[in-house]
Design a protein around this ligand. Structure first.
Ligand code: NAD
Ligand code: ZN
Length: 355
């Protein structure tokens, strides 16, 4: 694949988002770092130390710190550990932090970069499909708290995002679904060409590029999250509810994939989406082997959805599509409330299909 550079205006100060292969071994990062004359610290997911991070640290003559793998690391304590390591070695404002890993690493290191000395430069190297197409795009950083996920955070744009597709070669099979679900969601809400490619071949580099462009285009049109950006939440009303009732045992990808099918079915039942297109959607997601968590309970799911950020007056609101590749604007709200009996009927279908 040819190296592709995207220069999104929303991500000013991000000078570039480079997508390609073998980017970590070449001169790209060296040139980038030389220009700034900064001290470089790579903060990487521990699982990547031997495969990529140590090599990159040698290549850039940079300090390497690692953090434990998994969501459990996305805490105030890990952020503090990174800050303390930086303070101990007198790293000042002339520091560039490089985050290498999945969304946990990019969120956490992005957060530290945004607050250390009131903000130091940041480069993201996303290494999971989810981080490439979703977590690294849009400038949101976060850590989790005991009160909930992502409750503390900032909006802070990196100077560069280097997406090296080679790193996907070591990504475990079970991690792919998380990115795939977001890519297919983008196909449903905004880009029918994603859907066409995915129907033929689901692990295709073109899909990654299109999903990244899709997210950037949506954010650029609604930077302050007033309306359009809600469409990124398609599949997530049900998806977040399912994850919550599984106590986060269920993967985000499987939950969102089921959510996309169910929210498409609601769109069909309300007369917006054709039966033929719903069938196409159901059948593509069927290839991903979806199943409900064993903690599933309809009442609990409906209750969990009451915490959805789109709700008004305790009414659950859903993003709807009227064809593959198009979310319905609903006068700029991009979502609408659904009557409880409609929702229940669709959940009964979900239980029969994925239970
Ligand atoms: N900021 C945003 O806009 C945004 C958007 C979506 C998700 N997120 C956040 O992203 C996080 C989830 O990200 P994730 O799914 O990437 O999880 P993750 O960062 O935990 O990575 C998943 C697993 O893959 C391993 N891994 C990463 N890259 C690898 C590679 N190339 N080869 C082998 N193993 C590799 C990691 O060690 C980890 O075990 C959540 O915390 C979520 O809140 C943020
Ligand atoms: Zn998601």
């Amino acid at each position: 694949m040819k190296e592709i550079v995207i220069q999104p205006s929303i991500t000013t100060p991000t000078t570039s988002l480079v997508i390609g292969e073998h980017l970590l071994e070449g001169d790209l990062l060296i040139d980038f770092c030389k220009k700034r004359k900064h001290r470089i610290v790579i903060v990487a997911d521990h699982a990547l130390q031997d495969v990529y991070a140590s090599k990159l640290a040698d290549h850039l003559n940079a300090r390497l710190l690692t953090i434990p793998s998994g969501e459990k690391a996305k805490t105030k304590e890990t952020a503090e550990m990174i800050e303390n390591e930086l303070f101990k070695s007198n790293y000042g404002r002339d520091t560039t932090l490089i985050a290498m890993g999945g969304g946990v690493t990019t969120d956490l290191v992005g957060f530290v970069a945004s607050i250390y000395m009131r903000g130091v430069d940041l480069i993201l190297i996303p290494t999971t499909l989810l981080a490439m197409v979703d977590a690294s795009i849009g400038g949101k950083t976060a850590i989790d708290t005991t009160f909930g996920k992502n409750l503390i955070g900032t909006v802070y744009f990196p100077q560069a995002i280097i997406t090296d597709l080679e790193t996907l070669k070591t990504l475990p099979d079970k991690e792919w679904i998380n990115g795939l679900a977001e890519i297919l969601k983008m196909g449903l809400i905004a880009d029918p060409s994603i859907w066409k490619i995915a129907e033929k071949e689901i692990k295709n580099h073109e899909l990654i590029l299109k999903a990244i462009r899709g997210k950037i285009t949506i954010i650029e049109q609604d930077p302050s999250e007033k309306g359009l950006r809600r469409i990124l939440n398609f599949g997530h009303t049900i998806g977040h509810g399912l994850e919550a009732i599984s106590c986060y045992e269920m993967s985000h990808g499987i939950a969102v994939a089921i959510g996309c099918v169910i929210e498409s079915r609601l769109s069909m039942k309300l007369g917006y989406l054709s039966e033929k297109e719903f069938e196409q959607i159901r059948s593509l997601f069927h290839r991903l082997s979806l199943y409900l968590p064993n903690t599933y309970d309809r009442k609990k799911l409906i209750e969990a959805m009451l915490y959805d950020k789109k709700n008004i007056n305790k009414q659950t609101r859903f993003v709807m599509i009227d064809r593959i590749g198009h979310a319905i604007p609903f006068d700029g709200d991009y979502c609408r409330p659904i009557a409880e009996h409609e929702l229940e009927a669709t959940l009964i279908w979900m239980e029969k299909t994925y239970g």
